[in-house]
Design a protein around this ligand. Structure first.
Ligand code: TMP
Length: 221
C-alpha cells in the first residue's frame, strides 16, 4: 500500500496518545494527510464495541473468548472502513493500539495461545501490518500512578482493564517486549519515563526514516 501505517503500543499510562498526537501534528505540519485511529474504536461500530469492552456496557461479565473476538471485530471494521482506504490514497495513518495489543493483553495477559492469537489478528486485518510500531515502555507501577492521576483529574473511575491485578499488567508489559524482540525491524522501543523532550525525540527517530513512503512536502528532518 502506498501510505504509511504507524501504531503506538504499550502498557497503561505509557503516553501513547500524547505522543501519537504530537507525531500527527508534526506530520500535518510537513504537509502529510494524517488519519487518526484508535483501537478498539475509531468507527461507530468500533466505538460501540469499545464501550462494551471497557465499561461492561452490556451489564454482564464478558467471557475471555468473547473479549478477544470483540477486539478482533472492532479492528476488522477499523481496517476496512478507515485504515485501508486511507493507506490506498497515500495518507499516513496513526493508530493508538492495534494487533499487538491483542497479543499482549489477550495472549500474554489472559493466557490465550500466542500463535492462535497471531492467526486471529491476521484474519481480522487481512494480514495488514503496521510499517512501524512505537512501543512506549514504562514500569507498570509508574503507569498506574499516571492513570490514577488522570482519572482523578477527569473525575472518573478505573475501567475494566485498569482494574486487572498488577501481575496481569506485568505479563502484558513483558509480552510487548517479547513481541519487539520477535519483530525488531517493525518495533521501536521508547522508554517513556524520560522527559517529554527526550521521549518526543526518540519517537520522532522511529518515525522519520519512513516518511519517504508517503506523499507530503518530503522534509523528514
Ligand atoms: P485505551 O485505548 O484507553 O488504551 O484502552 C483500551 C484498553 O483495551 C486497554 O486497557 C488495553 C485493552 N486492549 C486489549 O486488551 N486488547 C486489544 O486488542 C486492544 C486493542 C486493547
Amino acid at each position: 500500500m502506498p501510505g504509511l501505517f504507524i501504531t503506538f503500543e504499550g502498557p497503561e499510562g505509557s503516553g501513547k496518545s500524547t505522543h501519537s498526537n504530537i507525531v500527527a501534528e508534526q506530520l500535518r505540519a510537513r504537509g502529510f494527510e494524517v488519519v487518526r485511529g484508535r483501537d478498539p474504536g475509531g468507527t461507530p461500530t468500533g466505538e460501540a464495541v469499545r464501550d462494551i469492552l471497557q465499561h461492561d456496557a452490556a451489564g454482564e461479565p464478558i467471557a475471555p473468548e468473547t473479549e478477544i473476538l470483540l477486539f478482533a471485530a472492532s479492528r476488522a471494521q477499523l481496517v476496512q472502513r478507515v485504515i485501508k482506504p486511507a493507506l490506498a490514497r497515500g495518507a499516513a495513518v496513526i493508530c493508538d493500539r492495534f494487533i499487538d495489543s491483542t497479543t499482549a493483553y489477550q495472549g500474554y495477559g489472559r493466557g490465550f495461545d500466542i500463535e492462535r492469537v497471531l492467526g486471529l489478528n491476521e484474519w481480522a486485518t487481512g494480514g495488514l501490518n503496521p510499517d512501524v510500531t512505537v512501543l512506549m515502555d514504562l514500569d507498570v507501577g509508574l503507569g498506574f500512578d499516571r492513570i490514577h492521576r488522570r482519572n482523578l483529574d477527569a473525575g472518573q473511575g478505573e475501567d475494566r482493564f485498569e482494574r486487572e491485578e498488577r501481575s496481569f499488567h506485568e505479563r502484558v508489559r513483558a509480552g510487548y517486549l517479547q513481541l519487539a524482540e520477535r519483530w525488531p525491524e517493525r518495533f521501536h522501543i521508547v522508554k517513556s519515563d524520560e522527559s517529554m523532550e527526550i521521549v518526543q525525540a526518540a519517537v520522532w527517530r522511529a518515525v522519520a526514516p519512513l516518511l519517504s513512503h508517503v506523499a507530503g512536502d518530503g522534509h523528514a528532518g
